[in-house]
Structure formats: structure tokens, C-alpha cells
Ligand binder design. Sequence first.
Ligand code: C5P
Length: 247
Amino acid sequence: MQAKERVILALDVNTEDEAITLVKKLREHVGLFKVGMQLYTAGGPQVVRRIQDLGGSVFVDLKFHDIPNTVASAGRVMTRLRCAMFTTHASGGTEMLRALAQAVEDEAANLGVKPPLVLAVTVLTSIDQRILEEDLLIGGMTVKDVAVEWACLAEAAGAGGVICSPLEAEEIRAVCGPEFKLVTPGIRPRWAAKNDQKRITTPGDAIKLGADYIVVGRAITGADDPVSAAMRIADEIEQAEGELSVN
Ligand code: C5P
């Protein structure tokens, strides 16, 4: 896998036109395009198809969380849409995750296509210890403990990977299998603005901590020269991979 293929560009824009402009500019320089709630609710599956028509692989980030039958049905739709990966919540539980993973596998087999990677969100990085204990009523555990437990639960239920903070990646990598994919947002190269992200990691450090893919938005889209920003990030990943293979 080339280093640039590990970069997922977050298309956090409101319109299909803005998204397509970014895709055209950056399709040679990143691995996937992430269509999240903002863009999907504005543009629908049509945006995904247009990106695919331009040769882009799509990560649909809608974080499904519902009863097993409903989430499984959404997973079949994602499979028919031919997205490369999509998200659900690990906190939906084993039954929901199993139904989803099975539905995706069945639908892909029926179509004769590769199944999309089912990624489970562990603990959102916006959730801190207070929210965990006082709002979600999960006591006696740290956020990191919960993230690791939910990653294990997701893997056992058939998910192909998780979305996690790079700061949790090392622990999750240690307990989950080598094929289990870790996708980490909250990435900022040293040369980029932090914006509203607080617990951030550089692209190279995220890879060294065990991430397979990194989600990057504004460090690329907000750069004066997005193409060279994407190239610099790919270089940093390549360098980190080199250091990992030496150690
Ligand atoms: O612009 P920036 O690189 O901060 O964008 C990060 C992307 O990753 C956004 O689409 C954001 O919604 C997403 N994300 C995140 N932190 C999480 C989960 C998702 O920043 N914990």
C-alpha cells in the first residue's frame, strides 16, 4: 500500500459542487474521500456515485446506531452503493454489529463484490470522563478502557475495524488482530493549525501508534496549497513506515 492510500480526506462541505472540486483536485493524492453527515444529508447517495465516477473510493461516515434489523438493512444499502468503508457505533452492541456484518457479507456475496469495511466508532473523542460517568452512566472505567473494550467487542462481532483516537490506537492494536483496521481522526501535522481539535497527533505519530488510515480534513482543505499539503502528509507517513520497519 502506498503511503497516500492511508490518507482519508474528510469532505466536510455543504454542497456537491464543493465536494467534487476537492475530489478533482486531490484524487491523485489521497486514498479515500470521507462523506459524512453534513455532505450526505445535503447531497445523498448521488454525491457518493459522482465521486466514484471520478475514480475516488468513498468512506460513508453516517455512524449507524439503531435496532439490528434497521442497521443491517442500511449496511445492505451501503454495500450496493459500493462504498469502500462505512461506520456504525460499537455501543450498539454485539447483536446489532453481528447482524450488520452478516448482512454486508451476504449482500456482497449476492452481488459478487468485495464487502465494504465495517468500522465501529468506539468512544467519540468529544466524550470526556465527565460525560462518560454522569451522562452515559458508565462508571469505574476510563475513556480509554471503554474504547479498548468496545474495540474488542466490535472485532468479536465481525466488524473489520474501528474509528479511534490515535492516543488509543496502541492499546487497541495490542489486543486486536493485525488485520483489524484502525482509522484515526484528530490528525494535525506540526505545520497546520489545530482549529477545534484538542487531543491531536501528527500523521507520522498516528501511523507509529498503529493506525492503518488517518482522517484529515482542514489540514489539507484549508491549506494554501491542498495538493502539496496532501503530499507532505503522505511523505510523513512514508517516513514513519520506514522507521517502523527499521525497529
Ligand atoms: O478538519 P479535521 O481534520 O479536524 O476533520 C476531521 C474529520 O474527522 C471530521 O470529518 C470530523 O467529523 C471527523 N472526526 C473527528 N473526531 C472524531 C470523529 C470524527 O475529528 N472523534
